[in-house]
Write a protein that binds this ligand. Structure first.
Ligand code: SF4
Ligand code: SF4
Length: 415
């Protein structure tokens, strides 16, 4: 990491109230300012990298709320991720990481085949028995948590059922590429199907190349820079082969990573062009707000919105989803307190750091309940998984929907 990044912090403390781990602990070492200070002292050779010290750093959610708050442009979350990445680079991948990051994620067919037994597990009724007995939690708490987060899987991943080209309905106003995203296609195919339908109903021809690969964000998290660059090169080549105005995604995490392809592949003009054309679906839909206002049908629901970190903090998108929700006639929109605070999902953080994840999640759930909303809208698969589970356990339960599911329902509702 460039040393200059470590000396930009002027220790003002403006980031502290925005950092979820600081809010839970009131510990300087669990704050953005403290984390930057620790990394600086390591870089200056005054501190070694003890396990305890690394533990403090790894408690960071990489939510980047600190970057939004910092007047000096310090992004402590990104710096911690970079620090961990640099440390990992020399170590090589573990057996499991090699399996997941190199053998599964870059091969959508293999990934889908690996998930297929889960569908059998759910549909055979075995899941109900396992959950009732709680055997997984006894055998492996981490496995038990992972299994507990899994919602009912669709019959088929979207990649298998979606047409490679979905034609515009009516006169074509543009051509867009659709980036599927691994979890969106495998788990939330209904939401992504709604995304493609919305684009088509608004006059876009949607091209969904079937051989597209994972965006590479999991590789980045594990310090596997080569894997990330392989994914970026492949996806840039693939989408550049089509004549596209935009590359659209409905996954906050994928969008944040895809927009960085130009940076990752510096000097490659096609990667820069790819990155510049990536849009979150809310950005495209908001371009057609006037038309949507005339075409949306009433939905009599009380709704609130949770900003995914990868959309609000990493991409700076806050107004578009709210604007779109407020277009729906009959919808009672209630703003959520601390709406852009992390929900505690944060990639695999909720599995690796269950205690802190639960504390952060509880605060989010309390805020959601305080709105009185019957539906929570959000648009990132990690948040959907985390909040669906937590809010289903509430009384009365709160339904969780992707932004496009709700808008598609309103657009296609029979008046
Ligand atoms: S990281 Fe930014 S906001 Fe936080 S103390 Fe340093 S300068 Fe201030
Ligand atoms: S990324 Fe999030 S958890 Fe990490 S220091 Fe910044 S605000 Fe705190």
């Amino acid at each position: 990491m460039e040393y200059v990044k470590l000396i930009n912090c002027m220790r003002c403390g403006m980031c502290l109230p925005h950092c979820p781990t600081y809010r839970e602990t009131f510990l300087e070492t669990a704050s953005p300012r403290g984390r930057v200070a620790l990394m600086r002292k390591i870089a200056e050779g005054e501190l070694g990298t003890s396990e305890r010290l690394l533990e403090y750093l790894s408690l960071c959610l990489d939510c980047q709320a600190c970057a939004t708050a910092c007047p000096c442009g310090v992004n402590a979350g990104e710096m911690v991720a970079e620090f961990k990445c640099e440390r990992r680079e020399g170590e090589g991948l573990t057996f499991m990481e090699e399996l997941v990051l190199r053998k599964l994620l870059p091969h959508p067919d293999r990934l889908e085949a690996a998930v297929a037994p889960m569908r059998v597990y759910q549909r055979s009724g075995l899941q109900k028995i396992v959950r009732k007995l709680g055997v997984l939690k006894i055998f492996s708490p981490a496995l038990g948590r992972m299994e507990g987060l899994l919602p009912e899987l669709p019959r088929q991943p979207l990649r298998r059922t979606i047409a490679e080209v979905t034609l515009a309905v009516g006169e074509e106003r543009g051509r867009v590429g659709f980036f599927l995203g691994c979890v969106m296609s495998l788990v939330f195919s209904g939401a992504s199907h709604a995304t493609v339908r919305l684009l088509s109903l608004l006059g876009y021809t949607v091209v969904t190349p079937k051989t597209q690969k994972c965006c590479g964000a999991p590789n980045m998290l594990a310090g596997d820079r080569d894997g990330l660059l392989d994914a970026a090169r492949f996806n840039v080549d693939l989408f550049t082969g089509h004549d596209l105005d935009f590359i659209v995604t409905d996954c906050g995490g994928c969008g944040a990573e895809l927009k960085k392809y130009g940076h990752h592949l510096a000097g490659d003009d096609r990667a820069a062009s790819f990155g510049a054309r990536v849009r979150d679906i809310s950005q495209i839909l908001a371009l057609h707000a006037d038309e949507l206002r005339d075409r949306l049908h009433p939905l009599h629901l009380t709704v609130t919105y949770h900003d995914p970190c990868h959309i609000a903090h990493c991409q700076g998108i806050r107004q578009e989803p709210r604007r779109l929700l407020n277009l729906v006639p009959g919808l009672d929109y209630r703003e959520l307190a601390e709406a852009d605070a992390c929900c505690g999902s944060a990639g695999t953080y909720n599995i690796e750091k269950p205690e802190m994840s639960d504390r952060v999640l509880r605060r989010k759930v309390v805020n959601i309940r305080a709105t009185g909303a019957e539906v929570l809208v959000t648009s990132n698969p990690g948040c959907l998984l985390q909040l669906k589970k937590a809010l289903a356990e509430e009384t009365p339960p709160v339904r969780v929907m992707h932004l496009t599911e709700l808008l598609h329902r309103s657009l296609t509702a029979v008046p």
